[in-house]
Design a protein around this ligand. Structure first.
Ligand SMILES: Nc1ncnc2c1ncn2[C@@H]1O[C@H](COP(=O)(O)OP(=O)(O)OP(=O)(O)O)[C@@H](O)[C@H]1O
Ligand SMILES: [Mg+2]
Length: 603
């Protein structure tokens, strides 16, 4: 099976040969645009599982950045390639559940996907990935019975074993340990050559929602399993702060952390144009660019802005986009609802007005970050230092603000600022009548700031490129010069072989030594020195372009003749013959001068 990860035009993927085992949340698979670098990277990582060199990865990125979609597409590609890598997708979900229930759910869904891989029947995968279905061992065992596929006996044995374990009364944490060990256990079973790639979405809910009894942190069950090279994990988490902290505390050095970046701007514009057209907006490229700027290129936010709703305008102008954004960050908007989940998780226990103010301030001053003391001063906060630190830590942990080397800043998704502006007016202190204008101006300002930043970046890059280009041009000219020297030397040698006389007359094929770039003691150089028995030929080669021929002067010819005569002392008793060549010829007066001096300029 050939590689199925194939990029087509305009950041679209070639979908030929892919059966969509997992139904992707993008809807129509052709709507998945871009994420080229990320997919190529993960595809290679998955490929290296076969070589036993891929470590587990934590793929951390904020809400709606497109993590799940990347996992789903990777799954479908690996599933279809059937290269001995069994993909296993599992999404940890919100809501309390017992360890025993988790065990049942996790193991059945795992074995259903293994069966789906071996039988090539995607219905198994569809059901295994469907959260509405509660898989039941008995039904699966019955269904498997008449089928024939690789490792059937072993899979049946494992399923029976799971069923037995469910009938025991094991401590909750035991269930978690057994569940998470299943994929590694399967891949190491004697006779199984396939390896497993575990794609585990929303990892934070493992600790938050599964009740594992006395052991409060069920993720610890991954301590040894996460080191598996035959069934490594690719986990995602949208609460980056939470997941990152928990990995550090409970699973140290088990995962390479990769921050999922926002979408590359060109990809995001393509994606916006595509969705815009599908949703029936009039989508000009400059409107798409504007949307990408105000959403910071976060694909989920782009879709939320573009998706039509009753009472929400359609886009024909930038003004409409502002209104669409205002709708989505307002009371019934999806962007607001999404951010509210974050805000609530961080703020329910503490002084939320303060924290909203801090968040808004940091968003507003996007690009600048502050040590806690600086922030207190800049915002004239009347707050105890310890309390301020505690609030900042909490906001960071729940991904509402960012932290870099002790300094706090706003998160890069600008829609948070809009949610705060729209819903917590007391922060802004703006009269209601002025809100609309303020909101629009704020968008435009962000847009222009970003454009200026890109232009500046572009200028710096252009300068850097120019430097590199000049250097390359110099090297290229040098090479061109050297190439011409070699060409002339070859011509001279051909003349010797053909016994053409002239500059090489009397020099025999069997008795000459050619040399290029011969150095004098002074460091000067003669391009070609061709030594025969009785004579030595020295030549200078010029490769000036036609418009620069006036730069080849008679003085150059004099300097060359002078160098050559000095070098001639190394060849006593041999006649000196001089050649001065130019690929594109000379000005008349130089030719006349060379003739007068007895220097050959043509062969
Ligand atoms: N590359 C893309 N091309 C087209 N649409 C995309 C792309 N990436 C994401 N989307 C859109 O954005 C939505 C959100 O993506 P996804 O659910 O993968 O994000 P996520 O990071 O997993 O979010 P969450 O943290 O909420 O789980 C998708 O349903 C899809 O509509
Ligand atoms: Mg997701």
């Amino acid at each position: 099976m050939k590689k199925l990860l194939q990029l087509g035009d305009k950041y679209r993927w070639n979908l030929e040969g892919i059966e969509f085992a997992i139904e992707e949340r993008v809807g129509k698979p052709s709507c998945f645009i871009g994420r080229v670098e990320e997919l190529e990277y993960l595809y290679q990582w998955a490929g290296n599982i076969q070589n036993g060199i891929s470590r587990s990865i934590a793929f951390l990125g904020r809400r709606k950045i497109g993590k799940s979609l990347i996992l789903e597409r990777l799954y479908n590609i690996l599933y279809n390639e059937q290269k001995g890598l069994i993909p296993f997708y599992y999404e940890f979900t919100e809501g309390e559940r017992s360890a025993r229930d988790f065990y049942r759910d996790f193991t059945t869904r795992f074995y259903m996907q293994v069966i789906g891989y071996y039988t090539g029947d995607i219905r198994w995968i569809r059901r295994a990935a469907d959260k509405k279905i509660r898989p039941v061992f008995e039904a699966i065992l019955q269904e498997v019975d008449p089928l024939e596929f690789r490792h059937k006996a072993h899979i049946l044995y494992e399923l029976e074993d799971c069923r037995r374990m469910l009938q025991t009364d094991s401590p909750p944490y035991e269930y978690v340990i057994s569940a998470v060990a299943a994929p590694h256990g399967f891949a190491t079973h004697i006779g199984v050559e396939e390896r497993v790639v575990q794609l585990l979405d929303e990892f934070q809910y493992l600790n938050m929602c599964i009740n594992s009894g006395a052991e409060k942190k069920p993720c610890k069950a991954y301590m040894s399993v996460a080191e598996s090279r035959v069934a490594p994990l690719l986990i995602t988490g949208s609460l980056m702060g939470v997941v990152s902290e928990e990995l550090m505390l409970y699973l140290p050095h088990r995962f390479s952390e990769i921050a999922v970046p926002k979408m590359n701007a060109a990809e995001a514009v393509e994606m916006t144009m595509n969705y815009g057209t599908l949703y029936g907006h009039q989508m000009l490229p400059e409107i798409a660019e504007y949307i990408v700027h105000i959403t910071n290129g976060i694909p989920g936010r782009i879709v939320e802005i573009l998706s039509p709703k009753i009472g929400k305008p359609r886009s024909t102008s930038i003004n409409d986009v502002d209104q669409m954004l205002e709708f989505e960050v307002g009371t019934h908007g999806s962007i607001k609802n999404d951010w509210d989940e974050y805000l609530v998780s961080a703020m329910n226990a503490v002084n939320d007005v303060n924290m909203r103010k801090i968040t808004y301030f940091l968003c507003k001053n996007e690009g600048t970050s502050y040590y806690p003391g600086e922030l207190k001063k800049a915002m004239s906060l009347d707050i105890d230092d310890r309390q301020l630190r505690r609030e900042l830590e909490l906001l960071y942990k729940y991904d509402i603000i960012s932290l870099d080397s002790g300094r706090y800043g706003g998160v890069f998704d600008r829609t948070l600022k809009k949610v705060l502006m729209k819903n917590y007016g007391e922060i802004l202190n703006l009269p209601a009548g002025e809100f609309d204008a303020y909101f629009r101006n704020d968008n435009m300002l962000d847009y222009l700031k970003e454009r200026v930043r890109l232009l500046e970046l572009g200028r710096a890059e252009a300068r850097e490129l120019k430097k590199k280009l000049d250097k390359l041009q110099g090297e290229h000219n040098n090479l061109k010069g050297h190439y011409y020297e070699r060409e002339m030397l070859l011509t001279l040698i051909r003349c010797i072989i053909d016994d053409k006389g002239g500059l090489v007359s009397g020099i025999h094929v069997t008795a000459f030594t050619p040399k290029l770039n011969c150095h004098l003691e002074t460091g000067e150089e003669i391009d070609i020195v061709l030594e025969g028995e009785q004579a030595v030929v020295m030549a200078e080669c010029k490769n000036y372009s036609t418009e620069n021929l006036d730069k080849i002067t008679t003085k150059m010819a004099d300097d060359f003749a002078d160098k050559a005569r000095r070098l001639h002392t190394c060849f006593p008793n041999k006649e000196l013959r001089l050649g001065f060549f130019s690929r594109h010829g000379f000005e008349k007066k130089v030719e006349q001068y060379l003739t007068k001096c007895g220097i050959a300029f043509k062969i």
